[in-house]
Write a protein that binds this ligand. Structure first.
Ligand SMILES: C[S@@+](CC[C@H](N)C(=O)[O-])C[C@H]1O[C@@H](n2cnc3c(N)ncnc32)[C@H](O)[C@@H]1O
Length: 508
């Protein structure tokens, strides 16, 4: 019998992280910006994540959409147990986790609903060809007509120079028994030694050393899952599109929003060149764009039946779009990270939009009204890039935030107990925000009814103590009044900067 893990890393668990791009609100926004019809994800819908890892994202979005139903499948039983435990602690009745392989999910499809969305984040490049075929068959049988698939994967040509390093890392690992993550430092040390002696591969590909530098900042468990699996392949967008066509899916748009804004994501001249060469061939254009910016990673949305919105429907749906600041106005940066580096935004266009949002959530129409020349295209572009950078988010006015509040209490309690999820859910934005440990502790106090930084600090000191912990200053545990004063000093500026946004997004 072959091993249950089918060559995938299971000796160390995958890291837990919230992936905003698979949130229904993000998918709906990306489809709207692309002018394409997507399922209505504001009411009841069904959503499946294949390879749900630690389940943080699925639990968060389940809490944000109590009217919808969520399924997460992953063959790693330890990870599924963690995901189910978080769901239980937060009392989430609308999410189910199963420790199923993709093949088992396929075998059990008759007992599953038909899905509006199927998400695969960090799967396709790290599993076997057989697994990819199972995934496509699962999608074929379970996705509704008009349903959406989110799929991310390592992309060519961006990995062309780096792929031999992955092979070196994998072969090194195979020759040194032991837990995969514990092996990562010795692989990096081996690469350093090889670079120092002037190995021609590293000399000929200086970008490898730069990427190794970035890798050193990542958790070893993450790198073990990225590099040490049996299967690893970077794909061209056209390869994936052909596979997805097997489930009657069409490419819709990129969920990395900046990639849909040519001026911010492509070297100058590329757009004109693309218009000259096969202007009607979307996939050819996507492939050419990947070459233009040497793309390494794609997050794509596919749809079962491409249906562009009519101009009337598009205008009506944009009219319903409301947006709000997700960071304090003064913290907004007009610098947007994309595949070819940072793109800037013109203050003359962005400032009036941001000033309007600083007064509270606004409709898309209200933002057009303040954009110079009432230019709809400019507003669309600005809003796309602001949402891409997570500084502005689409918001709903009326939400049922009860489940989200309970989950946030659980997430803050975990922080006091020394287990940091690093996120809180924002019911009005129907997504989660990355937050620091201090922010989680402050929010723990505010959610427990404390009103000031000092009260929240007192609450945090009590909760830490109940877990046998204390605030640390330069490695020294603080107690009593000193601990409260220390945390008050850290919480006060956070209250000042974040309280408004947290209230606007329905977190408190
Ligand atoms: C890179 S992780 C991504 C996890 C999660 N989607 C995320 O982004 O946080 C890949 C996940 O796929 C799961 N996986 C790999 N092969 C699988 C298979 N054949 N069946 C089910 N799950 C699988 C792994 O256990 C792992 O949790």
């Amino acid at each position: 019998m072959s091993a249950w893990n089918e060559g995938y890393t299971t000796d160390v668990q995958y890291t837990s992280f919230f992936h905003a791009e698979i949130a229904p609100s993000h998918i709906a926004f990306a489809a709207l910006m692309a002018g394409q019809r997507a399922p209505d994800l504001s009411g009841a819908f069904s959503y499946c994540e294949l390879g749900s890892g630690q389940g943080v994202t699925l639990n968060a979005i389940a809490a944000l959409h109590p009217q919808a139903r969520f399924w997460g499948f992953d063959f790693n039983p330890a990870q599924i147990a963690n995901a189910a435990r978080l769901a239980d602690r937060a009392g989430l009745g609308n999410v189910q986790f199963r420790d199923w392989s993709f093949a088992q999910a396929l075998d059990n499809e008759a007992q599953l609903p038909r899905f509006d969305v199927i998400a695969l984040h960090g799967i396709l490049s790290w599993v076997s060809e057989q697994n990819r075929e199972e995934i496509v068959r699962f999608i074929d049988r379970t996705l509704k007509p008009g349903g959406i698939v989110y799929a991310s994967y390592n992309t060519q040509p961006g990995w062309a120079q780096m792929a031999p390093f992955r092979q070196l890392a994998r072969e090194h690992y195979l020759r040194h028994p032991g837990r995969s993550d514990l092996h990562v430092p010795s692989i990096l040390a081996f690469a350093d030694a090889f670079t120092e002696i002037g190995a021609a591969y590293f000399k000929a590909n200086p970008v490898v050393e730069k990427r190794l530098e970035a890798m050193r900042k990542q958790p070893a468990a993450y790198l073990a899952h990225e590099f040490l699996n049996t299967h690893w392949e970077a794909f061209y967008v056209t390869d994936i599109a052909r596979q997805m066509a097997g489930a009657r899916l069409d490419y819709m748009t990129s969920a990395t929003l900046i990639e849909n804004v040519a001026v911010a994501s492509l070297p100058p001249g590329v757009t004109a060149m693309l218009a000259d060469h096969m202007p009607d061939d979307r996939l050819w254009q996507e492939l050419a764009k990947d070459f233009a910016c040497n793309k390494m990673f794609r997050r794509d949305l596919y749809v079962r039946g491409l249906n562009p919105l009519s101009a009337t429907d598009h205008a009506a749906m944009l009219g319903e779009l409301r947006l709000a600041l997700a960071v304090p106005r003064e913290a907004v940066k007009l610098a947007f990270q994309g595949p070819v580096g940072e793109a800037g935004g013109a203050a003359a266009v962005y400032d009036p939009i941001l000033d309007r949002l600083a007064k509270g959530a606004a409709s898309f129409g209200e933002l057009i009204a303040v954009t110079p020349g009432k230019d709809r295209a400019k507003t669309l572009q600005a809003v796309t890039l602001l949402v891409h950078s997570k500084q502005v988010l689409p918001v709903a006015d009326k939400v049922d935030g009860k489940a989200a509040r309970v989950l946030n209490i659980v997430l803050t309690a975990a922080q006091f107990a020394g287990e940091s999820y690093g996120v809180v859910v924002a019911p009005k934005a129907r997504t989660a925000l990355q937050v620091s440990g201090d922010e989680l502790m402050l929010l723990g106090g505010l959610l427990a009814g404390r009103k000031t930084a000092a009260e929240a600090a007192g609450h945090a000191v009590e909760r830490l103590a109940a877990n046998g912990r204390a605030p640390q200053q330069e490695g020294k545990a603080l107690k009593g009044e000193a601990a409260v004063a220390f945390l008050t000093g850290r919480f006060a500026p956070l209250m000042e900067a974040k309280l408004g946004v947290w209230k606007d997004l329905g977190i408190i």
